[in-house]
Design a binder for this molecule. Structure first.
Ligand code: F6R
Length: 238
């Protein structure tokens, strides 16, 4: 694991955006794996700024997102499709973006379809990740085994609590999601995990220096051959 220490969230975001921009300039038709949540928002802002400055072209770039809630209207402000439109897709010239369809009537079939989408696009060049307080990546919650492909997840209480901030009440948070599997994340050619804030310090330490265990799903990244973590001082410590 390559760990980059950033002094604060702004620097973390600039470094992350530069890594992604560097990939796109080397490989204009890169397949990006994208994440939602607070951690990547600054990176998306930086990427939009680079696009607006004429420094970056997304016209051949494709993307697949990690996850989507089950049963939430895609136009709802909390849906991950809407999040991605608000933060990135509506502001750059990327046309080919994909998320799991959380409204599919056949959710197991949707998992199969999404795995095929990723395979057809030739595999993820760079997967952007945040980490949950419980060590989840994507919505792969702590468990007794690592998930392989896209799967239907029952969100656990920690995740429901953490995501309540995006809804008007805890009851409104969907209880299920579709998520890429740990196997999909591990197959990405490069992984970029961004971690910000003192509240992530303990889980960052457990994931990077603790035992590799499905009880801390992100710990598997210790085995990834090309994993970069950008952590700010608050998350990493002095
Ligand atoms: C988001 C995702 C989640 C988040 C994680 C951290 O698509 O899959 O794993 O990355 O919950 O969320 P934030 O960044 O909001 O702390």
């Amino acid at each position: 694991m390559n760990i980059i220490k950033a002094k604060d969230y702004d620097q973390l975001s600039r470094i992350g955006a530069n890594i992604i921009a560097g990939l796109i300039s080397q490989k204009p038709n890169a397949l990006l794996g994208l994440a939602t949540g607070s951690s990547p928002v600054g990176i998306y802002k930086e990427l939009v700024a680079k696009y607006q400055a004429g420094e970056l072209d997304f016209s051949q770039v494709s993307s697949v997102n990690l996850d989507e809630y089950v049963g939430l209207d895609p136009t709802a402000p909390q849906s991950y499709l809407q999040f991605m439109k608000d933060n990135l897709f509506d502001h750059v010239n990327m046309k080919n973006y994909q998320l799991p369809n959380g409204l599919a009537t056949d959710l197991e079939g949707e998992c199969v379809r999404y795995n095929q989408v990723m395979a057809d696009l030739g595999g993820i060049d760079l997967q952007l990740l945040g980490i949950g307080h419980n060590g989840h990546i994507g919505f792969n919650e702590p468990s007794d085994s690592f998930t392989k492909g896209t799967n239907l997840v029952d969100l656990n209480d920690t995740t429901i609590d953490a995501n309540t901030r995006f809804f008007s009440s805890r009851d409104e948070v969907p209880r299920q999601a579709l998520s890429m599997g740990i196997g999909d994340i591990m197959k990405a050619k490069a992984v970029l995990l961004v971690v910000s804030g003192a509240d992530k310090r303990d889980i960052l330490k457990a994931a990077t220096t603790g035992p590799i265990t499905p009880a801390v799903p992100a710990s598997i990244l210790q085995y990834h051959p090309n994993c970069t973590i950008i952590a700010d001082t608050a998350a990493y410590g002095e």
